[in-house]
Design a protein around this ligand. Structure first.
Ligand code: ADP
Ligand code: GLC
Length: 487
């Protein structure tokens, strides 16, 4: 089968979060299973393309005031996978993917509408896939256009669409006036299509028009059908419940593996954990906590700073946490509110909390390897990759039981010695504190702790299993299309 991925980020070309990891790794696994994958992504300022070559010089994208002309560039791929970059410097040659520290770019609707239209036109030249697999709101116009303005285009008769929700909290909401600017008809502005409380909602358009919808864990697929987690789209999803499923993300163990990680000072595995202590020492040195007693447990955090991630809970309990024998190594960037909160905490307890406000892939690896525990108290979490990485690194996750965190971490049971981490349900500082205490207590008994580490290290979240589920979804969509044509 030929599958075309359409997404706004992809490792190693662009990344702000886990979406890029998934779009980078899943095609590789699909190719290994014998499929052919094209990946369409924008070319940003930071995108470096090895063996760059132009494949389509000019694609015309209409806007109400003018035509815009973009190109498609390719670069080195690998067997079964080709990368296509939509090149339009006025929209994408900027610092940042979606905006700057002061907010989103004001023309994001235009940027990603151009991207989606360019993908459809480019695919007519480069090869129409059996399935377009689109990810998050930036790719939402692909399924929408295919079922509306492109519905009569014979080139796409056999092309199905699968849409994956990586985070329903980001929907692509714009004022209604955007429709004519993007050359989209007003009849899309109804409650059953793109209209959403007086605005245009890109994500809603995708949920209405895609052949099939997936999200990135089983639990999250249920949560988004509730008012608490649906961000206003739970009704739309419930209407389509027959065509919604959760497929847990895999991870790329070539990139995230303590046996081979190129960013850490010593390698280790479940049989021989010695290297982890060196990684801890190296991490503490990197974070300016050198000289700290290596027997004190280190809690690591690597995250986008956003309300979703639940860090306000740490703010609530910091005075009580400061009394404990623990160290924090925190890496993150994003929302100013949380950046400032963590910087304040680091100032208040400098010998215990070290904070780096940055996006730093090497340090992310060092924290995964060097910390003893990994904290993700998320308010909601569609899947979460960092806790899955931390399992492999023997860095015991402490998580709130929501979405993919709940699906991937099993609670430690001191009686049976089963389980891989610690979980809490109630979204309160007290519940988090109780869970950290529980973890600290087990840490004091190193025999149990090492068992717990090894339980996590032996888990396999490689893409093998999830790929089979995606292929089943693609097949189903393909069959639906074949039947629709026969009718
Ligand atoms: P989300 O996609 O919601 O941000 P995930 O857990 O799925 O959460 O994925 C986060 C990914 O982004 C991981 O690969 C993590 O290492 C990376 N990451 C997040 N923040 C940073 C940062 N400040 N520096 C480096 N990598 C980061
Ligand atoms: C989103 C979610 C995260 C998920 C990632 C990849 O950014 O916030 O939970 O792991 O997408 O699917």
């Amino acid at each position: 089968m030929h599958i075309a991925f359409v997404a706004s980020e992809c490792v190693p070309f662009s990344k702000t979060g886990g979406l890029a990891d998934v779009v980078g790794a899943l095609p590789r696994a699909l190719a290994a299973a014998g499929h052919e994958v094209s990946i369409y992504i924008p070319r940003y300022r930071l995108t470096r393309i090895p063996e760059e070559r132009m494949v389509v010089q000019s694609i015309t994208v209409p806007f109400d005031d003018q035509y815009r002309f973009c190109s498609i560039v390719t670069g080195a791929g690998y067997p079964g996978v080709r990368f296509y970059f939509v090149d339009y410097p006025p929209f994408f040659d900027r610092d940042g993917l979606y905006g700057t520290a002061s907010g989103d770019f004001p023309d994001n609707a235009e940027r990603f509408a151009l991207f989606c239209r360019a993908v459809l036109e480019a695919s007519k030249i480069l090869g129409v896939p059996d399935v377009f697999h689109c990810h998050d709101w930036q790719s939402a116009l692909v399924p929408l256009l295919l079922k509306t303005q492109y519905a009569e285009d014979p080139a796409f008769r056999n092309a199905g669409t699968v849409f994956t929700i990586h985070n329903i909290g980001y929907q692509g909401l714009f004022p209604p006036e955007i429709l004519p600017l993007l050359m989209l008809p007003w009849d899309l502005f109804t409650i059953t299509k793109m209209e959403f409380f007086g605005n245009v909602n890109f994500l809603k358009g995708a949920l209405v028009y895609s052949d099939f919808i997936t999200t990135v864990s089983r639990k999250y697929s249920q949560e988004i059908q509730t008012t608490e987690f649906g961000f206003g789209l739970d009704g739309v999803l419930k209407d389509r419940a027959q065509n919604v499923t959760g497929i847990i993300n895999g991870v790329d163990y070539e990139e995230w593996n303590p046996q081979s990680d190129k960013y850490i000072v010593a390698h280790y595995d479940a049989e021989d954990l010695n290297g982890k202590q060196h990684c801890k020492e190296d991490l503490l040195e990197h974070m300016g906590l050198n000289g700290a007693n290596l027997n004190i447990p280190v809690i690591g955090i690597v995250s986008r700073f956003a309300a979703q991630k639940g860090f306000d809970l740490i703010g609530q309990i910091i005075d009580r946490l400061a009394l404990e024998d623990i160290l924090f190594t925190v890496l993150g960037s994003g929302d100013r509110l949380y950046e400032e909160m963590f910087m304040r905490l680091a100032k208040r307890v400098p010998n215990k909390i070290a904070v780096r406000i940055a996006y730093d892939n090497m340090l992310a690896h060092k924290i995964e390897a060097g910390a003893d525990m990994f904290l993700m108290p998320s308010h909601y979490e569609p899947c979460g990759l960092s806790q899955i990485y931390s399992l492999k690194y023997g860095t015991v996750p402490i998580v709130r039981s929501t979405g993919g965190l709940d699906d991937t971490v099993d609670p430690w049971d001191p009686r049976t010695k089963k389980g891989t981490g610690f979980k809490f349900q109630e979204y309160t500082g007290d519940a988090l504190l109780r869970t950290i205490h529980q973890a600290l207590q087990v840490y004091r008994d190193q025999t149990s702790w090492q068992r717990l580490m090894r339980n996590g290290m032996s888990k396999d979240f490689s893409w093998k299993i999830s790929v089979r589920e995606y292929v089943r979804v693609y097949e189903r969509v393909r069959q639906q299309h074949a039947q629709a044509i026969l009718v």
